[in-house]
Design a protein around this ligand. Structure first.
Ligand code: NAD
Ligand code: G6P
Ligand code: MN
Ligand code: MN
Length: 438
């Protein structure tokens, strides 16, 4: 029988996880599910934990749902550890968004200076968790959702040495669904997708059931300037700016939603800064949504995931987390998009880099599909982003100021120079409570 541990259990996404586990009850023989949080998240943990208990009970299951702030108690003999924590809570995300905007620079959860600082705060914590796991559950799988998921997963595997780590994101699930709908396969998952790249920086190609490649057809259907297809299907947390249609047609592979920040940089920056100035940043919006969700979760009669959770950018992420767990347990060999070791899959990147790629999920982990090399229009940016990630990880692990400056300089969304140094220094001071390594 399984023991599953979720770190950051007080997250408003926990009912998603409960739903995903319950849906897979035939493939998951669960005894205990432990939700772990810290003192600052205790109130949320109790509310959402009660909610999860009601969901489990309504499904007629006898799973024990434990709520605790004692991580070591929870980790003892765990089979799966899932992570969904946010170091510094949403207030830290607000600072990641607000401070760069003062310097006319993008502040975003996983991109630009904001994403780099989220990595600085998070990487020491994931390494701490792994240290506990080495002692308490040396055979467990680590299923990481914590952002920036690609870098956190790379740190877990390469620095922490935890080979049994799989990183996850909901973006490929969303685009796979959108593409099926665009081709008229409503509610069915018919198309064959092959994804490759980095977390929030990947591309994909698509084939139909008759064997023909439909990548270009999808580019035409979804990304031609007249189409309003994206409006209903794009992730909720990214401003909807259209791509340069001719560029995508020429490139011939489909970018992910976050590529906007790199392909339409000026438009995204101007639009985002204008939004922040007029009103709220994304984290401020999320704070309100979260407060509404927790009001709902307090209702002792609510025992299913409320619709309002779909307002969060990470909607449907349980499909990824719970499917990966069920596929490992049952050796289901499901095809999923995960962050895992490259092993030559993308020939443009080092063997030991962590990449986000379509893979078969087996009892021994992810077996990625071969991708090969990228065209020039994607290859250089991909390699630049991976170098940037390596610098961020090194800076985060060692508290190395020089590497932090290098990472900022290499990041394509950050302009270099004296303003950059002012921004970096201001962010280091603003985050000092969460950066013991610097
Ligand atoms: P949140 O702000 O609700 O944080 C979740 C919980 O983490 C909080 O209750 C907080 O108290 C707790 N926490 C903070 N530090 C902790 C620590 N050291 N140990 C244990 N718990 C700790 O966050 P959220 O909006 O629910 O998102 C959670 C995380 O998942 C974030 O990192 C977010 O970026 C990530 N996320 C990733 C994806 C993806 O596609 N990979 C999708 C959605 C969310
Ligand atoms: C999803 C991303 C997640 C991210 C989330 C933000 O699209 O895959 O990695 O955390 O959006 O959503 P939020 O509602 O917190 O802005
Ligand atoms: Mn993601
Ligand atoms: Mn730069």
């Amino acid at each position: 029988k399984l023991k599953i541990v979720t770190i950051g259990g007080g997250s408003s996404y926990t009912p998603e996880l409960a739903e995903g586990l319950i849906l897979r009850q035939d493939r998951l023989d669960i005894k205990e599910w432990w939700l772990v949080d810290i003192d600052a998240g205790k109130e949320k943990l109790e509310i959402v934990g009660e909610m999860a208990r009601r969901q489990v009970k309504a499904a007629g299951l006898d799973w024990e749902v434990h709520l605790t702030t004692d991580r070591t108690l929870a980790l003892k003999d765990a089979d799966f550890v899932t992570t969904q924590f946010r170091v510094g809570q949403l207030d830290a995300r607000i600072r990641d968004e607000r401070i760069p905007s003062k310097y006319h620079s993008l502040g975003q959860e996983t991109n630009g200076a904001g994403g780099i600082f989220k990595a600085f705060r998070t990487i020491p914590v994931i390494l701490d968790i792994i240290n506990d796991m080495k002692e308490l559950c040396p055979d467990a799988w680590l299923i990481n959702f914590t952002n920036p998921a690609g870098m956190v997963t790379e740190a877990a595997i390469k620095v922490g040495g935890w080979k049994k780590t799989i990183g996850l994101c909901n973006v490929p699930i969303g685009s796979t669904r959108m593409n099926n709908t665009a081709m008229g396969y409503d509610g069915q998952d018919v198309l064959f997708h092959k994804y490759a790249g980095l977390n929030h920086f990947h591309w994909h190609r698509v084939w139909d059931k008759d064997g023909s490649e439909v990548t270009n057809k999808l580019i035409e259907t979804i990304y031609n300037p007249e189409s309003d297809f994206l409006k209903d299907h794009e992730v909720k947390n990214i401003m909807l700016v259209g791509y340069n249609y001719e560029q995508l047609k020429s490139l011939g592979i489909i970018p992910c939603a976050y590529h906007r920040y790199y392909y339409m940089s000026e438009d995204m920056l101007e639009g985002t800064l204008a939004d922040y100035e007029k009103g709220e940043t994304r984290a401020e919006v999320v704070k309100r949504t979260e407060a509404e969700l927790f009001e709902l979760y307090k209702d002792p009669h609510l025992d299913y995931k409320p619709e309002q959770l779909a307002l969060r950018g990470g909607a449907h992420y349980s499909d990824a987390a719970c499917e990966v767990i069920a596929s490992i347990v049952n050796d289901s060999r499901t095809v999923m998009v995960v962050s895992t070791q490259n092993n030559g899959t993308i020939t443009d990147l080092p063997y030991d880099s962590i990449v986000e790629v379509s893979s078969v999920i087996t009892a021994h982990g992810a077996e990625p599909f071969n991708w090969g090399s990228f065209p020039a229009g994607a290859r250089g940016q991909l390699q630049l982003m991976k170098s940037m990630e390596e610098l961020v990880i090194e800076a985060a692990v060692k508290g190395d100021y020089g590497k932090a400056i290098e990472a900022f300089t290499v990041n394509p969304l950050i302009n270099s120079g004296s303003h950059m140094m002012d921004m970096l220094n201001e962010m280091l001071v603003a985050n000092k409570d969460y950066l013991p390594q610097f």
